[in-house]
Design a protein around this ligand. Structure first.
Ligand code: TA6
Length: 271
């Protein structure tokens, strides 16, 4: 482990987690990098890492308290446990983030986040537990902002969303997904509500996104202009990524004093 990142290995698979934001920045599985990380990503802690699996908490999207998408992805986490090999051969690391003076200036509540990353030969599981250590209840939204690497967005489809209601942040309209295979040919930014237990991206190879405790799925590709407008997003990055983001974002989750909220996603390389 370097000072700023921890690497896990399981068989021929590996993953790397940056301590800033506890952001998984690489997942190599079956000989191929499966996550998108912008070549212009900033890794010095001055802003959220552009790519991998940023953790969104306590707010998805813009909010009056501070930076968009909240505190978790712009904070330094610490490793509290590392298991080189579990009984089933998987490898695992646990990272933790608690409130501090800086976070309380943004959002004046006490919390503990425990993030467990588990790597097997064909899966990567991210499990997040949120504990309310405040003396009052609080409400939040949370999401795993997963950037899946694709060979070519034009050859990519996303299945598992048919029949789901969505809010389209580009057209500011609502709708019901009609397609069993969603194709992406422009800037897409949709919040699908109450989506299936799993969503499969056909990305020249198939990555399955399974989720628990995260009822919604955000689908995002900035396309050309928005990629060029983000200084930390390489201009042609839109060609090689699709964000499939499991989240609890359709409504706010209320957490009582001492209560724990658990959620997780499992990414599987199907072929
Ligand atoms: O998850 C999609 C989204 O909310 C988009 O609206 C876009 O803002 C994206 O997140 C990236 O946000 P960021 O703050 O990382 O630039």
């Amino acid at each position: 482990m370097s000072a700023e990142a921890v690497t896990l290995n399981s068989g021929t698979s590996s993953c790397k987690i940056h301590l800033f934001g506890a952001t998984v920045i690489s997942w190599v599985c079956k000989g191929k990098e499966r996550l998108f990380l912008s070549t212009d990503a900033i890794m010095d802690g001055s802003k959220a890492i552009r790519g991998g699996i940023p953790i969104v908490f306590p707010n998805f999207g813009p909010w009056e308290c501070g930076p968009q998408h909240g505190i978790a992805r712009i904070s330094w986490w610490k490793v509290v446990e590392q298991h080189v090999q579990l009984d089933n051969g998987d490898t695992q690391v646990v990272l933790e983030l608690t409130d501090d003076e800086k976070s309380r200036k943004i959002w004046n509540y006490s919390f503990k986040l425990q993030y467990t990353v588990t790597l097997s030969s064909s899966t990567l599981t991210s499990s997040l537990h949120i504990t309310n250590t405040s003396t009052t209840s609080f409400d939040f939204t949370t999401l795993l902002h997963t950037y899946i690497r694709v060979d070519d967005i034009k050859d990519t489809t996303v299945s598992g969303l048919k029949g789901c209601a969505y809010k389209d942040k580009v057209t500011t309209s609502d709708g019901i997904e009609q397609d069993s295979e969603v194709k992406i040919s422009m800037n897409v930014d949709r919040v699908y509500m109450d989506t299936n237990h799993h969503v499969v991206t056909h990305v020249g190879g198939r990555i399955q996104v399974e989720k628990e405790g995260l009822p919604d799925t955000v689908l995002w590709n900035p396309w050309v202009e928005k990629s060029q407008a983000m200084s930390d997003f390489n201009n042609d990055g839109w060609l090689n990524m699709v964000c499939v983001e499991p989240g609890f974002v359709g409504k706010r989750k209320v957490l009582g004093v001492g209560e724990v909220f658990g959620c997780k996603q499992t990414l599987t390389v199907l072929e």
